[in-house]
Design a protein around this ligand. Structure first.
Ligand code: UDP
Length: 489
């Protein structure tokens, strides 16, 4: 890049390496570049390829986005080369989060290089990093720039995390089996096993756990919050977070590629996150041949996989409903016995030929949810799946398993009334009759969920259109960044 090129405000973006965290932050990166910022996205070599679609889009659209790849030093206890949540079992989660701290010095070094160079984007004026990277607040402070927290989850979840870590370990040590969250606009409690995986993994006095607590608590001190949600969905929790943290809270969601809102561009969503394993034209032909809102879609995100017993009950329930379905079945991660997970009952696929599609591997979820034939989604309630379904007007059947999914399921069923409760827990074997009843209820439009889904979908679309709340929040955020740039120049 030429030295005399006119520089724009430059932002360092640091996503946490998990599909559900990276995808929305990369979408936000693209949006910010469209608003005239230069952005550097930091990741490690094993995650480098996840940036390819964004970098490709940036180069075709003439946007200022570049990658910064910093090697992650080996960590005792983590298998070599593990740099993404999808590569590790849950008990190594804290260790993976902790290992990224090793990037603090290389970031500082890179920053100084940018300061001393006449080439490139120049030094960043702020850092946006995932809420699992709270420690970057210290790094940003050392560099004299603000750190903004990116919440890939919703505002309800962000608030529960805020409260959990503020009162940790006390909150998890109450006498009954419940965790009562203080400071919310209405009483909220969850059973202990429903608390996010981070809360479950925390061990008092363990140095890694204490680092995670310290790191999570730095989120509240940060300069501001960008949340992947929209006003009509969670205004009450956003206002509350703003009140208790005293920091700005910008809802900027739902963060999706613009194609989501344009049926003519739907096909471009075939590859999002990872390449899909299906034959696109056969698949779309099949979907086009179904009636409106007649297909149930089943997928448990990028990580969860079902045991054979769970698969057996689900298959039996599906057979009994006589409805059409798309079912994504994921292979277990390495280290788990492949023959104990995801095996369908004998003859099931033959019997379901024409009525159901099984996808083994990565499904084009946005493409599926945006298709008019899809009328319901059985989901583990990861936030991205939740937001995708709501935005595309598809009501949900909930089966939270871990992480923030219990919080999201509560929001969907009790507060937003766009979901039907079905099952809970990663190892629970569901009841085939409950499953059949839930599918029938959602597709037969007996409940209010279908109507609520349509209302919320409309609100989501308005939020991101020019003049909508999320659109205006992005403009307000960019204008703050431009002020920082002017002050630094
Ligand atoms: N996803 C997809 N195809 C799949 C599974 C997941 O496109 O086969 C996408 C999905 O659309 C969502 C993300 O991966 O954007 C999963 O994120 P979520 O927060 O729902 O769940 P997680 O994977 O973090 O548990």
């Amino acid at each position: 890049m030429a030295a005399n090129i006119e520089r724009r405000p430059h932002v360092l973006v640091f996503p946490f390496p998990a599909q559900g965290h990276m995808i929305p932050l990369l979408d936000l990166t693209h949006t910010l570049a469209c608003h005239g910022l230069s952005l550097t996205v930091l990741t490690t070599p094993q995650n480098q390829s996840l940036l390819d679609p964004l970098l490709h889009k940036a180069s075709t659209e003439g946007l200022s986005i570049q990658a910064l790849i910093i090697p992650l030093p080996p960590t005792e206890g983590l298998p070599p080369g593990c740099e993404n949540l999808a590569q590790i079992p849950l008990h190594l989660f804290f260790l993976l989060m902790h290992s990224f701290k090793e990037l603090a010095h290389p970031i500082e070094h890179w920053f100084q290089q940018q300061k001393n160079s006449d080439y490139g984007f120049g030094p960043p004026v702020c850092m946006i990093s995932d809420f699992f990277l709270g420690w970057t607040y210290d790094t940003a402070t050392k560099l004299g720039i603000p750190r903004i927290v990116f919440h890939p989850c919703g505002a309800f979840d962000a608030f529960l995390h805020y409260s959990l870590w503020k009162y940790m370990p006390g909150l998890m040590e109450s006498d009954d089996d419940k965790v009562h969250f203080p400071e919310l606009p209405h009483p909220v409690s969850f059973a202990k096993h429903q608390i996010s995986s981070l809360g479950q993994l925390y061990k008092r006095s363990d140095p890694v756990s204490e680092f995670i607590r310290y790191s999570m608590n730095l989120n509240v001190k940060s300069w501001g919050n960008l949340i992947n949600t929209f006003n009509d969905l969670e205004a009450v929790y956003m206002d509350h977070l703003h009140r208790v943290s005293g920091r700005p809270v910008w809802s900027v969601g739902p963060l999706f590629p613009p194609a989501v809102f344009d049926p003519k561009q739907r096909r471009t969503m075939i590859e999002r996150g990872k390449p899909t394993t299906i034959n696109e034209s056969v698949f779309l032909q099949w979907l086009d041949s179904r009636g409106e809102k007649s297909v149930i879609y089943i997928c448990f995100g990028s990580q969860a996989c079902l045991s054979n017993k769970q698969v057996e009950e689900m298959a039996a329930g599906l057979e009994a409903t006589e409805e059409s379905f798309i079912w994504v079945i994921r292979d277990p991660p390495s280290g788990m016995p492949a023959d104990e997970y995801g095996v369908l009952p004998q003859g099931f696929e033959d019997r379901m030929e024409g009525r159901g599609l099984i996808i083994r591997g990565w499904a084009p979820q946005l493409l599926i949810l945006s298709h008019p034939s899809v009328g319901g989604f059985l989901s583990h309630c990861g936030w991205n799946s939740t937001l995708e379904s709501i935005t595309l007007g598809v009501p949900l059947i909930t089966w939270p398993m871990a992480a923030d999914q219990y919080y999201n399921a509560r929001l969907l069923v009790e507060y937003l009334k766009v979901g039907v409760r079905f099952c809970e827990g990663a190892t629970t074997v569901p009841d085939r009759d409950d499953w059949r009843i839930a599918v029938k209820r959602l597709l037969a439009r007996e409940g209010e969920e279908m109507k609520r889904a349509e209302e919320l979908s409309k609100a989501a679309r308005i939020a991101v259109q020019e003049g909508g709340t999320s659109y205006r929040n992005i403009e307000a955020f960019v204008s703050e960044i431009k002020k920082l740039f002017l002050q630094a120049s």
